[in-house]
Design a protein around this ligand. Structure first.
Ligand SMILES: Nc1nc2c(ncn2[C@@H]2O[C@H](COP(=O)(O)OP(=O)(O)OP(=O)(O)O)[C@@H](O)[C@H]2O)c(=O)[nH]1
Ligand SMILES: [Zn+2]
Length: 296
């Protein structure tokens, strides 16, 4: 029969890709040519498949990507929701800022969601992120605070959720739509970190135009949580630097320590939050001596 169909990869397991088409869901393999070209099909990819007589298919072509992330491995997303809990596990602004920068670098809208606000207030995080101009929401999957607001944000978009293991991503998604019935887990006290209850990336359909990807959680000690941003691009990934970064004394200013740096002055004047600038400096120092191949 060899019928050609267009669809979207919604899940990948052990070399098989599940492609959703207007007709139905097909289990497909990728053609060898992708491996030769070192292209890995990603969840979220729009693809062209060829159907075999037995109803399985082959991915023939990956359509051009709007964007993609390597960590978490997804393509064509509209926004990245970075979930962090007020405690248990405790928030780490550097990790939040790394995830925001990775999204900004790819043209993906970042959103910060602070969870478990029934346990403690997350207002100090609101101060940091509202000042930076990043959309910010406080939620609790126990009291349902903020759940409707996040749900409204998902309408008509493809959204990936990221955040440390145990911050409550799956719990929040279940509150947003109880049909998802995602598995949630207790944090292992013994290891002091969450167990990996979410195993693989999968696009879950909320309605015909809205999808969410719950991605595997990471322990807070993981350094490889998200894609690194190269040093030249980093200043563009902190949106609140924008009004200042062309006003520095030196055009080559790294905005980390130079005399006459307008960004540093803005930190001093309380216009840029010191926590955000500290993350910028830490990230700059982390990537400044990396070689091209080490960025992957
Ligand atoms: N008090 C409180 N506990 C919560 C809340 N949300 C989640 N939890 C608890 O936190 C633990 C982890 O929740 P999950 O939803 O599994 O976290 P996750 O981010 O999906 O974790 P991974 O799948 O490992 O990435 C569970 O014991 C939940 O019951 C909340 O809003 N308030
Ligand atoms: Zn500067």
């Amino acid at each position: 029969m060899n019928e050609m169909l267009n669809g979207r990869i919604i899940k990948g397991i052990g070399g098989f890709y599940y492609v959703e088409t207007a007709k139905e869901l097909y289990s497909c393999k990728a053609r060898g040519v992708f491996r030769k070209k070192r292209i890995t099909p990603l969840v979220g990819d729009q693809v062209q498949i060829r159907l075999d007589a037995d109803g399985t298919g082959y991915i023939e072509e990956i359509l051009p990507r709007k964007n993609f992330l390597t960590r978490p491995p997804v393509a064509n997303i509209d926004q990245l929701i970075i979930v962090t809990s007020v405690c248990d596990p405790s928030p780490n602004p550097l990790l939040i800022d790394e995830a925001i920068a990775a999204a900004e670098d790819k043209g993906i809208e970042p959103v910060v969601v602070v969870s478990k606000t029934d346990l403690q207030s997350g207002e100090w995080l609101r101060v940091i992120y509202e000042k930076a101009g990043i959309p910010f929401f406080a939620v609790s999957s126990v009291t349902d605070e903020g759940v409707e607001a996040v749900k409204a944000l998902l309408k008509g978009k493809i959204t990936a959720f990221t955040g440390n293991s145990g911050v409550g991503k799956s719990s929040l998604l279940n509150r947003i739509d109880n049909r998802l019935a995602l598995e949630t887990g207790e944090i292992s006290q013994k290891l002091g970190r969450g167990r990996h209850t979410t195993r693989k990336v999968e696009l879950l359909k909320l309605d015909d135009s809205s999808y969410v990807a719950d991605t595997p959680g990471f322990s807070s000690i993981s350094l490889e949580q998200c894609d690194l941003v190269r040093k030249e691009n980093l200043q563009f990934c902190f949106r609140e630097f924008e009004p200042y970064r062309n006003a520095c004394k030196f055009s080559s200013c790294s905005h980390t320590c130079e005399k006459g740096c307008a960004v540093l002055q803005a930190v001093e004047d309380g216009k840029i939050h010191p926590s955000r600038h500290a993350s910028y400096v830490a990230m700059y120092n982390e990537v400044k001596d990396l070689k091209e191949w080490e960025m992957k």
